[in-house]
Ligand binder design. Structure first.
Ligand SMILES: *Cc1c(COP(=O)(O)O)cnc(C)c1O
Length: 360
């Protein structure tokens, strides 16, 4: 068996230990004679799995008791609508910071439901930085303030959270959840598609403060109402059962690794291996600088499109796959989520050095 180093932005690598456990338990989950995939979601065996997944997430992220954890479907993209339907219920206003494509999509979708304002943007420099926020642009009566904490495509991350006063802060954490500790109490709502750092596609995690629940607008589809899912323990309908089971295994692995503080230290070390090389290279160059750099997604370029394409193709042959940048920006991008071992980053840099010698 030979496994590649997969630098995909998502769906992404999973810890090998998790895949092995899943394989061992595939045909017979703990003596039940069935795969988790085949289990009734109403069985006591499955209830134990979803309860454990929630308990582990609460423990690992130190989620306060006045927050609900919801296991939903529809991807982070469904949240772009679900959030305004549930939260835009007083002034009908929401403020957004446009730090990339996902932030823009969240803004555009919410604009279908109310008065949305882009209070800052980094579009002028291809989203290569996190913009300053002019407080005078922000509306104190907004129902929420939305940010995308880590910008998967452009490789930026908010180093410091914006101070939104009494306005509830909502964050898309799809590509950075579980990568380092966050103070959940700073947020009214956190959401993330699972396929970057938590498990397989098909699961969307929402962590929402209880006072944000229960005021959805009248026409909200039942399946888009947080209260329905909160009241039914994410079992109003069939949840993405297998993806939740894999999340449970991933959280067990994160705990074994030492939790989010240890995860952060490791992720900083991994990212430094790549950024340090990029900063010293004559051929390759990072597209983001300074404190706004993401720990999870590292875009870089040579400045020559043909050479970029050659690099992507040779990297693939050498076992480094999905290193091509997002189709909207070109160049390269190494996504180094929790499951990417540090050897993957070191070997990639060795390969880049060799490429530089041959092509520089
Ligand atoms: C991947 C991603 C999304 C889209 O997630 P889906 O689950 O495909 O809807 C949204 N936001 C961010 C930050 C992402 O990285």
């Amino acid at each position: 068996m030979s496994r590649v180093y997969n630098f995909s932005a998502g769906p992404a690598m999973l810890p090998e230990k998790v895949l092995k456990t899943a394989a061992e338990e595939m045909l017979d989950y703990k003596g039940t004679g069935q795969s988790v995939m085949e289990m009734s979601h109403r069985s006591k065996e499955y209830q134990a799995i979803i309860d454990e997944a929630e308990a582990l997430l609460r423990e690992v992220m130190s989620i306060p008791d006045n927050y609900k954890v919801l296991f939903l479907q529809g991807g982070a993209s469904s949240q772009f609508a679900m959030i305004p339907l549930n939260l835009m219920n007083k002034s009908g206003k929401a403020d957004f910071v446009i730090t990339g494509q996902w932030a823009k999509k969240a803004y555009e979708e919410a604009s279908r439901y109310g008065d949305c304002k882009a209070v800052a943007s980094s579009k002028d420099k291809t989203f290569s930085y996190i913009p300053e926020i002019d407080k005078n642009e922000c509306r104190p009566d907004a129902d929420y303030f939305h940010i995308c904490l880590n910008n998967t495509i452009y490789g930026t991350k908010w180093a410091e959270l914006p101070d939104t006063g009494d306005v509830p802060l909502v964050a898309d954490m799809s590509s950075c959840i579980l990568s380092e500790p966050v103070d959940v109490s700073r947020f009214a709502l956190i959401y993330a598609g699972a396929q970057k750092n938590m498990g397989p596609a098909g699961l969307t995690v929402v962590i929402v403060r209880e006072d944000m629940i229960g005021n959805a607008r009248e026409t909200t589809p039942t399946m888009f109402n947080y209260k329905i899912h909160a009241d039914n323990g994410s079992m109003y309908n069939t949840p993405p059962t297998y993806s939740i089971y894999i999340l449970k295994l991933v959280l067990e692995w994160v705990k074994e690794m030492g939790g989010l503080t240890a995860m952060k230290a490791l992720n900083e070390k991994k990212a430094a291996v790549i950024y340090d090389f990029l900063d010293s290279s004559k051929l390759f160059k990072a597209t983001v600088n300074g404190k706004d750099r993401s720990l999870m997604n590292i875009p870089f370029i040579t400045g020559n499109e043909e050479l970029d394409a050659k690099f992507v193709s040779e990297a693939k042959k050498a076992g480094f796959i999905n290193i091509k940048g997002h189709r909207s920006v070109g160049g390269m991008r190494a996504s180094v989520y929790n499951a990417m071992p540090i050897e993957g980053c070191e070997k990639l840099v060795e390969f880049m050095k060799k490429f530089e010698q041959e092509n520089g």
